[in-house]
Design a protein around this ligand. Structure first.
Ligand SMILES: [Zn+2]
Ligand SMILES: [Zn+2]
Length: 367
């Protein structure tokens, strides 16, 4: 026993001595910082199981209501060498940067609609991917009106881009101004599109990846889109913000993964009532209005069943909460509709959908 005590005392003394050396020695501090920086620069994501997989990384799973630990709407989609981001909600770029996703190689942004929880970080995503080495304007696809959104962000960031270019470019070929901006492409969907039962249009079709926009029903927000990704026989459908609509079931027919928004109308009604009782009439009314144009988890489960999708993944939680009881109440009606093959996303969740097998694998990026 006495021997063990001496070992503990000796170990504590060694740790204290090491800490003192680091604290008082600049060269020791620099050595430690180099090791930490090298570790932080390594990407925390494992490589996909094959080069031919769709990989989803949930970079924002929240909704307009604030939650310190959850970014707003954002989904990164990788297929082969292609890399798209669906929506850029506030706080999502920080996730993309912290996880060292290859922003310089981003091929485009797909906006579902123009609510601020879906577009708030368009300027930051553009700037950060340019700073990382993007060599062409960042293309932004979306419903008609995307031109106005993009022009506004370009105007807002023009002075920053000019001074960064002047500071860093010099004759070193860095930060070309020709690549600094956002470009836009408005997508018009129609009944002659490739998806039957919903208005749709092909947005992108290269290197085996086909992206199709389709119309959803987000109430007064017209038009609002979802997106379907098809890559070498595997498929992912993203609902965007929408009421329960057969349009999603038609667009998601036979898909491997359906990523669907979810709003607990019961919880939102409770929040609205509490706000009213506490004298906050405006918040109460605004919250109540949102129940008009979103989908409950049970409704989304029924859509997934009708479409015959393999896996349903809930995202865009209203209200967001990490409290276990609230989460339980949020999804309490789902099992009666779809007892299995559904899961909830969270920031950092990744899903791999390999093209050479029928599996869907998942993991979580450590914060
Ligand atoms: Zn939203
Ligand atoms: Zn919305």
């Amino acid at each position: 026993m006495r021997k063990l005590q001496w070992i503990v005392v000796g170990a504590a003394a060694l740790v204290t001595a090491a800490a003192a050396i680091v604290w008082f020695s600049p060269s020791a501090q620099d050595a430690v910082l180099r090791r930490v920086a090298a570790r932080q620069l390594r990407a925390p994501l494992p490589p996909p199981p094959s080069t031919t997989a769709i990989r989803l990384v949930f970079c924002g799973t929240g909704s307009p209501l604030p939650d310190r630990h959850v970014a707003k709407s954002c989904l990164a989609v990788f297929a082969g060498s292609r890399f798209f981001v669906v929506d850029t909600g506030p706080e999502s770029t920080e996730n993309l940067l912290l996880w060292r996703l290859p922003l310089a190689k981003i091929d485009g942004v797909l906006l579902t609609h123009f609510h601020s929880d879906h577009i708030g970080e368009l300027g930051e995503l553009n700037l950060q991917s340019w700073l990382q080495g993007r060599q062409a304007p960042l293309m932004v696809y979306g419903p008609p009106g995307v031109e106005q959104v993009v022009a506004g962000f370009n105007t807002a960031y023009a002075q920053d881009e000019a001074v960064r270019h002047a500071h860093h470019a010099r004759d070193r070929g860095l930060l070309p101004l020709s690549a600094s901006t956002l470009a836009s492409r408005a997508i018009s969907v129609g009944t002659e599109g490739p998806l039957s039962g919903t208005e749709s249009a092909v947005v992108y079709d290269q290197e085996g990846l086909r992206i199709t926009a389709f119309k959803v029903d987000h109430g007064v927000v017209k038009p609002a889109y979802g997106y379907r990704f098809d890559y070498r026989g595997r498929s992912v459908v993203v609902s965007g913000d929408t009421r329960s609509t057969s349009s999603i079931a038609n667009a998601a027919r036979g898909a491997d993964v359906l990523v669907h928004e979810a709003q607990s109308k019961a919880l939102v009604s409770t929040l609205s009532a509490v706000a009213r009782e506490s004298g906050n009439r405006q918040v109460s009314l605004l919250l109540g209005d949102t129940n008009d144009y979103h989908t409950t988890p049970a409704e989304a489960a029924a859509i997934a069943n009708a479409a015959g999708v393999r896996e349903l993944v809930f995202t865009h939680f209203t209200p967001p909460s990490s409290n276990p009881l609230v989460r339980h109440a949020f999804f309490r009606d789902v099992d009666a509709v779809r007892p299995e093959h559904w899961r909830t996303a969270r920031d950092g969740l990744w899903l791999d959908i390999p093209t050479n097998e029928n599996s869907v694998q998942e993991g979580l990026i450590k914060r």
